[in-house]
Design a protein around this ligand. Sequence first.
Ligand code: SAH
Ligand code: ZN
Ligand code: ZN
Ligand code: ZN
Ligand code: ZN
Length: 513
Amino acid sequence: MAAPRDGLGAVETEGNGGRSESSGAEVVLSSDPATPAPLCPHGPTLLFVKVSQGREGTRRFYACSACRDRKDCNFFQWEDEKLSGARLAAREAYNRRCQPPLSRTQCVERYLKFIELPLSQRKFCQRCQQLLLPDDWEKHGEHQVVGDVSLTQLKRPSRLLYPLENKKTNAQYLFADRSCQFLVDLLSTLGFRRVLCVGTPRLHELIRLKASGDKKSNIKSLLLDIDFRYSQFYMEDSFCHYNMFNHHFFDGKAALEVCRTFLQEDKGEGVIMVTDPPFGGLVEPLAVTFKKLIAMWKEGQSQDNSHKELPIFWIFPYFFESRICQFFPSFCMLDYQVDYDNHALYKHGKTGRKQSPVRIFTNIPPNKIILPIEEGYRFCPLCQRYVSLENQHCEHCNSCTSKDGRKWNHCFFCKKCVKPSWIHCSICNHCALPDHSCEGPKDGCFVCGELDHKRSTCPNISTSKKVNKAVRKKKQRKSNKMKMETTKGQSMNHTSVTRKKERRETAHQYLCS
Ligand code: SAH
Ligand code: ZN
Ligand code: ZN
Ligand code: ZN
Ligand code: ZN
């Protein structure tokens, strides 16, 4: 269920977990722990329910956790479907065939041989994205091959490999040097000695580069990532092939133990988890996974430390703030804007937009996190945190209220600060874009209609049934307005409509800023 992290098009067209081939949107459900989910090549699948014509279907099904596009993983099974022994065996064989051709140990052996070779014999095949040993040369004779691969190049695999930008699976967007450097310096200033990098290959390599260059900053790093190409460059104790949507270690128990040992070293002291998942996707399975990693860390804690939390940096767009805080109430969002290299929108400079919507969510007290003044941040003594220069402290809200780095204005009718592009509408009785349609879908909660929260944080939610009933009622009322939000004549589910609307608004605003 990895989702796009790219531009407006994807932001607009992707619903919540919508698979492109299917018509209605789908909701992911926490499966009953008593019935283990069937396995696809990417580990345990997730349970979904199809929503069509605004109604949740009754038949639930399992699909891949990592791939949103059926082209990448076509696993499908009805929840109540019984498979014959022969089909189960065929599936098992298929799952095995889909695993990488080399085992983790074989990769390490190849790497050790590779670094022994003289420079002139160290080649890398660009087509196959593989380090070549002399025995492999012939097979790659026709391919584009880079020669003289230096140790420096080997230490920066994220530059040697091309980023897998496939939106529906990897969505690999690499940190710009400036942001990566900022993160490494911050981690070292905060005194961390170990970093669990979940989906952050470039951060992982920069930490290791620094550690080898500078004896003072000897931070260790372990990378967990689904991109198997990285296993060519790291020993078993610094890379695990991992799926963060279902906490699956592709190399089984041995890899899980590497992770556990890493988290529990020094009684769990001095370790932080940093993650930058593909976004736009499902926050819930990610939250479930992170809670499992937290639990693993906790096992290694002594009793009197039981109140402590595993420090976390979760890098994600600011419009997911309420979703993330719903799962992790102790998290707050920092104003720092994370920039990317291979991202047309989210990078600084001439071609990219000036402002990135990607932020750091953390349970570390924000007053401990110094943001660079030279990049346009200042300390707000009242809020006790660093904020963007434009983010002015509102005396009425008693907070620096801007989320997007622009100056927001206080609205006395709404009793809160709003985006600069918004004005108060007396018909709608809240602030909105000047050219909004007063008839249009309200910005409020889809369950109860209140404007101060979204469906996801609605205090009136008790069961999903209730939600859906309320949503359906609401949908009926608004059926004509909702047509705007439908695809191919089919309604999206409530989550995706709300989410789509939020994203569209955000994307729009982002582009207009
Ligand atoms: N900004 C980061 C990269 C973030 S891109 C950096 O520069 O280090 C998202 C990363 O998550 C990619 O490395 C991608 O391979 C990885 N990823 C995508 N889906 C994943 C999954 N299901 N499980 C684990 N990692 C995944
Ligand atoms: Zn799969
Ligand atoms: Zn302030
Ligand atoms: Zn205000
Ligand atoms: Zn207003």
